[in-house]
Design a protein around this ligand. Structure first.
Ligand SMILES: O=P(O)(O)O[C@H]1O[C@H](CO)[C@@H](O)[C@H]1O
Ligand SMILES: O=c1cc[nH]c(=O)[nH]1
Length: 303
């Protein structure tokens, strides 16, 4: 832990950064010259991200307990990004837990800033995990899906974004080897399955994921089902809203990343999330448990 490995260093490939005297991370509420900046980021080996504030606070405490990270009495985990209410960020030893909000846009903003912070602090051998929720396709709700490939709503494996007046295609690549290692973290006694599948990273929760229950919907059940079946035949097993952003920015920055999501429902059977709050909380825990098992193996902590 904390070993420096030049080849595995996080590298924000933007040459303009070297001309900045100080970099202000507007959405994280810190800057590159703030007190403890290097202490926060230089030993980070894992970044765990998910949509909600609350899940990140819970995750950081869970990680601290599981990895037996000593948090001195009276020093409860603090939100490093307390100067802003956009995002929260907690550090539990070598693990940073940051929320990303909903969608690629919100995720890209915070990922740019987290990656730059890791780059300035010369962090190396960093894994980024999205631990999230999704809608499943043909799966028992509660199944954990590891994204083999992120696709947009037209089943294309890249991110297309308007930049300087032009549509630019950005490649998105998640780490297949990391997925294999996560698959091996399944335990015989698990009451859920972990599977590998393609993921649609949709631009919203309603029309973007072919739901019939948004405020506006200009297609019918038959068209919806035809698309979901086509996606299933193409290898898609779940739908969420951020995977493409992880595959794009992390691969550009020499970071290994994986998207690990539980499913909340089978979209072939409906659109509404009907499971109880308790059941959803249990399912939401599963990606976190799988990822923490991997961390323990990586850090050589007895499982
Ligand atoms: O569970 P999280 O991480 O919030 O992610 C999923 O939930 C949100 C939609 O409800 C989207 O952001 C989707 O990707
Ligand atoms: O159906 C779902 C459930 C959770 N998150 C999504 O993006 N879609």
């Amino acid at each position: 832990m904390g070993d420096y490995d030049e080849e595995k260093r996080v590298k924000a490939p933007n040459k303009n950064l070297s001309s900045l005297d100080v970099d202000i991370f507007h959405h994280l509420g810190i800057n590159s010259k703030c007190k403890h900046f290097n202490n926060i980021f230089s030993d980070i080996k894992f970044v765990c991200m998910g949509g909600s504030h609350k899940r990140m606070g819970y995750l950081a405490q869970y990680v601290a307990d599981e990895l037996k990270i000593d948090i001195p009495a009276g020093c409860a985990l603090t939100n490093i990004s307390h100067q802003t209410d956009r995002y929260v960020m907690f550090k539990a030893g070598p693990v940073l837990c940051v929320n990303h909000g909903i969608g690629v846009n919100s995720t890209m903003v915070v990922l740019h800033e987290v990656i730059k912070a890791l780059h300035y602090s010369q962090a190396s051998d960093v894994h980024v995990f999205r631990v999230g929720t999704s809608g499943g396709l043909g799966l028992e709700p509660g199944t954990v899906v590891l994204t083999s490939e992120a696709l947009d709503g037209c089943l294309r494996n890249f991110l297309e974004v308007p930049i300087l007046g032009e549509m630019v295609k950005k490649p998105s690549k998640l780490d297949g080897q990391l997925n294999n290692k996560l698959l091996q973290c399944a335990l015989k006694d698990d009451d859920f399955q972990i599977i590998l599948g393609k993921t649609i990273c949709a631009w919203d929760f309603y029309e973007g994921q072919g739901r019939l229950d948004g405020a506006v919907c200009e297609y019918d059940e038959e068209k919806k089902m035809n698309f979901l079946k086509k996606a299933y035949d193409f290898g898609v097993r779940n739908l969420e809203m951020e995977a493409l952003a992880f595959g794009y920015l992390c691969s550009q920055a020499n970071i290994s990343s994986a998207v690990v999501c539980c499913t909340y429902l089978d979209r072939f059977k409906g659109d509404q999330v009907t499971a109880s709050h308790e059941t959803l909380a249990k399912w939401q825990d599963r990606p976190i448990r799988v990822v923490v098992r991997y961390m323990k193996q990586y850090l050589n902590i007895r499982v």
